[in-house]
Write a protein that binds this ligand. Sequence first.
Ligand SMILES: [Zn+2]
Ligand SMILES: [Zn+2]
Length: 64
Amino acid sequence: MSNAGLCQVCENARARHTCQSCGTQVCTDHWDETIGACSACAETIGDPDDPSTGDDRPDGFRID
Ligand SMILES: [Zn+2]
Ligand SMILES: [Zn+2]
C-alpha cells in the first residue's frame, strides 16, 4: 500500500495523471501530454508502423 499515489512506472515520484488507455497512474515524467497516455501506451499508440495495435481505443486513434 506504500505505492499509493506514486507513479506506477518509476514508483519514485507522485502520480499526476491516470492513463486513459491502461489506467496506470504516472508522474509527469512518464506522461505523454500530446497523446494523453502513459509513456508505455504512448509508444504503442504513437507507432504507426505497428499494425497489431488494434485495441479498442475510441479516442486514441490518430490519422496523420
Ligand atoms: Zn514516473
Ligand atoms: Zn497507459
